[in-house]
Design a binder for this molecule. Sequence first.
Ligand SMILES: N[C@@H](CCC(=O)N[C@@H](CS)C(=O)NCC(=O)O)C(=O)O
Length: 204
Amino acid sequence: MKLTFSPASPFARKVRIAAIELGLIDKIEFVPTTVVPGQPNDEYSKIHPLKKLPVLILDNGDVILDSCVIVEYLDELAGGGKLIPASGAARWKVKSDHSLLQGMLDSMLLCRYENMVRPEGSRWKAWSDDHWNRAWRGMARFEQQADMLSRPLDISQIALTCVLGYADFRFADCGWRKSYPRLDTFHQKMLERPSVKISMPPAA
Ligand SMILES: N[C@@H](CCC(=O)N[C@@H](CS)C(=O)NCC(=O)O)C(=O)O
């Protein structure tokens, strides 16, 4: 299998951590990929019309889109129910948390594009503040969910780690550790895992 990958992408990082934790990392070849908002990439658009990474390309040429779906695929490949509970209330809780975290990452990425990539004169501050606020309130939600921070490893914990790592990477001054001390403790604990440590985003 091949994975389109950038070390700066929190979505690709999530898949990488999941693959390591599931024992599948050796089955995946990482294909360095660059997608830049505002710039066409006709070759890559043939693989993913939305021009987003990561994408998992199976050995038979089939393509699996979206980090959430890729992680579900890998989880099933590893036997199922490993990072995403197979059934019951726990399944829907983890999937719902994962969905919220996915939205937080989407909002953080939009903030990055708006504040750091879009030309200065045409930035819309109220819009990016609104998106930042969504991510920030999401962090507040997880700060209050002590159960999530202590249960066995699942995909929502991996996604939360990627959210916090992305905050450090692109929004270093946002002060999440001071505002959310339990998330800080959680993050430090997650950093003890080699999968989390090795996948830290590069220096910004
Ligand atoms: N829902 C997608 C989001 C992926 C995503 O937004 N990836 C970013 C890189 S971190 C991207 O490809 N951005 C390029 C663009 O939107 O133009 C997933 O979970 O895989």
